[in-house]
Every structure is written in C-alpha cells, then in structure tokens.
Design a binder for this molecule. Structure first.
Ligand code: HOZ
Length: 421
C-alpha cells in the first residue's frame, strides 16, 4: 500500500502539532508506525489521504455506532445549519435530548450536557464531593476516565499504551485524593472502605472496562460496588462514555441491572459530534449551580449542532432496536473466529483480541499480553485493509454499518496472520 501522502502530512503535522496528533491514542507509536491521515469515511469504511480503503473498527473511538455519514445524522445536521451554530442560551432541542437520555437510562433523573467525556467525569466526581462533603475517589487500575488530573492515576488508554507511570503536571495532592484498586476485586473495595470509608465521596468505574482492552465485570462485581457504596454513603458513578447506548439501549447499567447514583455519557450520544453528559439522582443533581453550590459551566455546552446529531442518533436507535442484535451477531462471529492461544473478551459490539493465553480480568492480566506481537498483527491487518485501534489496550468497536462481507474479510485476514506466525 502506498502511504506517501500520509507520511508527508505527518512530517508537516509534527511541525505545528505536538507529536503530529491532537490526541496521543491516534499516534501509532506502540505499533511502530506513523498515523494514517484520514480523508473520508462511508458506512463501515474509511479512506486515507492516499486513497487506501479500510474496514474501520475504531469508529472514532466509539461514537459511530451507525457508521460514517449515516443519512439520519447528516440530515439532522443539515437542518440544524439553517438556524445557527451556537447561541450560548437554552434551546428546545436540549430538552428533547435530555428527555431522550432519561427515557433510555432511568437512573438519570436529571442530566447536564457538556462537551467531552473528560468534562463529564471531572464534573461528576466534583459533584460527588460537593454532595457528600468528602474528598476521596476510588477508581480502578487500567480504567480511563479522560484526562482529569486526579483520574490519571494508573489510567488505561493512551497512558497505558505509552507506559507512563505517572503524569507530569498532576500535583501530588490531587493524585493523593485517588485510591486506585484492581478492577474486578470487590475484596479490595471492601478493604479500602474499611480503612477510608468516611472520607470516600465516590467510586467511579467503567462498568465494562474498554480502556485496557475490553474487560467485562465479573459476576457480582458491580453489585458489590452498589452495596458497598450504599452502606458507606458514597456515590457510585458509572462511566458509560464508551458503553452508553452501545452495549444496550440503556447502557451497561441496563445490561447488568445495576442502578448507579451518577452516570457519565459521551461518544454515541453525539453521533460523532463533540458532546457528553452527566446525570443521575435528582437530589444529587440539584447540587449543581445555579440550583446548588457545585459550579460547572461551558460556553458550548448543549451546542445546537451536537445536540441535533445526538438526538438523531438516539431517535434512530430507539426506532431500530434490531441494531443491537445485528451488532451482537457480528461481534459473536469475530469472537468465535479467534484462534487458540488468544484471549478474546467481548461485550456486544466492544471486543479485544488479547495476545495472551491467560484470562484477562484486570489491568495486571492485560499487561501479560505480548504487545510486540500485537504490533505485528496490527500492521498485518492494516496492510490487508483492516483498521484497528493502534494499541493492545483499547477496544475495537463494531458499527451497524459493518456488513457480513466486512466480517468475513476481517476473519480471513486474521486467519492468514495466525497461520503464518
Ligand atoms: N477514550 C478514547 C480511547 N480510549 C480516547 C480517545 C482519544 O483520546 O482520542
């Protein structure tokens, strides 16, 4: 494959943009290559600046549940341009989006729209502190909740990919407000609450971890979090930025039957435009300004373009519940096709081929992977026209636009790789 244009764009980008990318996970550093520059997308495929075509399993890192350029989303955006791009004032559509979110996720009694998943998690943990009058946050190793100072402790995603032990610029006093525990260990949570329970404001968790690769919760883990937080008067926050509207219409909380106090959403709720949200119990949300003393704000919050795209996405999903069975079937095909010696974790349309023969249940077991072999696999698949996330510590995402033929081609390419090496 010729990639001269991407190479020269990357040379040029590095002169103006740190590392040539606007988010570290986009760099191909851990797989020993340079990023592709993408020119356009259509359905389940993307095309790079050299005109090469790929089956896309990144899907903009999760938002594109319906694939690229879905007609319902394009039509909503086109219609929104007739009215204006931003007002910094309330609009009726914001209410409609809030109502659609509440309709899908009953634990969200009130919701505040923000611009990114990072803003949503940052605001949710601040709100939990304001509500409880406590300072500490429990998070899980390998989970990633955006680049919030205190949540970068033992974080997944790009932090794991780049192997950063600590993040420069995070004051020690901020990191000290975080207790990082092994994912899937209810015992560790019980122990932490025994020691610090009166000071813990919240437990934040990706109910299906997606940022150390895809790691599902063990049976009983989420229920234990619910029971322990309730017992100690702390809030349970589900970070559903990745899983919301993806693993089910009502997110992971519907799938596993757990009602958190607060939920963060992003990705799918914007249909590919920048929007996110946090919401939950009405008595907790009532602490947010202007109702209460916890401050959080944003010039572009509830941006009309992003709201239009998000609303179109949620309305489409509500009208087409069959999307979720298609995603499940295609996910199952990719899971079943994995060879021996590889561990596959999958929840619906999120999955990871882990290059280890051990079960992957937490960050330590994810780190047993042969990341060099993953890098070979990534490059091989890319050369066969399959675009995966350039890191072992990320999930792959299916969209409703992936066809049987896409899945067959992906399975054939993977078989070829595993037959050779
Ligand atoms: N949560 C995304 C992947 N784990 C991050 C997207 C980005 O950093 O660009």
């Amino acid at each position: 494959m010729r990639r001269h244009t991407s190479e020269s764009l990357f040379d040029r980008a590095q002169k103006s943009i740190p590392g040539g990318v606007n988010s570290p996970v986009r760099a191909f550093r851990s797989v020993g290559g340079n990023p592709l520059f993408i020119a356009r997308g259509e359905g389940s495929h993307i095309f790079d600046a050299d005109g090469n075509e790929y089956i896309d399993y990144v899907g903009s890192w999760g938002p594109l549940l319906l694939g690229h350029r879905h007609p319902a989303i394009l039509a909503a955006l086109e219609e929104a341009t007739h009215y204006g791009t931003s007002f910094g004032a309330p609009t009726e559509r914001e209410i409609e989006l809030a109502e659609a979110i509440r309709d899908a996720v009953p634990a969200i009694e009130m919701v505040r729209l923000v611009n990114s998943g990072t803003e949503a998690t940052m605001s949710a943990i601040r709100l939990a502190r304001g509500f409880t009058g406590r300072d500490l946050t429990v998070k899980f190793e390998g989970c990633y909740h955006g680049h919030v100072d205190s949540l970068l402790v033992k974080a997944g995603s790009g932090v794991a990919t780049l192997g950063l032990p600590d993040t420069a610029g995070v004051p020690k006093s901020f990191a000290d407000t975080t207790i990082a525990l092994p994912f899937n260990s209810a015992e560790a949570v019980e122990q932490a609450f025994r020691e610090h329970g009166a000071r813990i404001a919240s437990v934040i968790v990706e109910p299906v971890a997606g940022n150390m690769g895809c790691v599902p919760p063990k049976p009983g883990f989420l229920a234990a979090l619910r029971e322990i937080t309730e017992r100690y008067g702390a809030l349970l926050i589900f970070d559903e930025v990745m899983t919301g509207f993806r693993v089910a219409w009502g997110g992971a909380q519907q799938l596993f039957g757990i009602r958190p106090d607060l939920t963060t959403l992003g990705k799918v709720i914007g249909g590919g435009l920048p929007i996110a949200a946090y919401g939950g119990r009405a008595d907790v949300m009532a602490k947010i300004a202007p109702l209460g003393p916890v401050y959080q704000a944003g010039t572009l919050s509830g941006n009309p373009m992003a709201v239009a795209a998000g609303l179109a996405m949620l309305r489409y999903l509500k009208a087409h519940p069959e999307v979720y069975s298609t995603l499940e079937q295609n996910g199952a095909r990719l899971q079943e096709a994995a060879p021996r010696g590889i561990t596959v974790n999958r929840v619906g349309s999120m999955f990871t081929y882990f290059f280890t023969d051990q079960p992957v249940t937490d960050y330590d077991s994810a780190k047993t992977c042969d990341t060099a072999r993953f890098g070979d696999y990534f490059c091989f698949m890319l050369d066969r026209g399959v675009y995966l996330a350039p890191s072992q510590f990320e999930a792959a995402f299916l969209s409703a636009a992936h066809t049987d033929e896409d899945i067959t081609r992906t399975i054939e390419a993977a078989r070829e790789f595993f037959a050779r090496r």
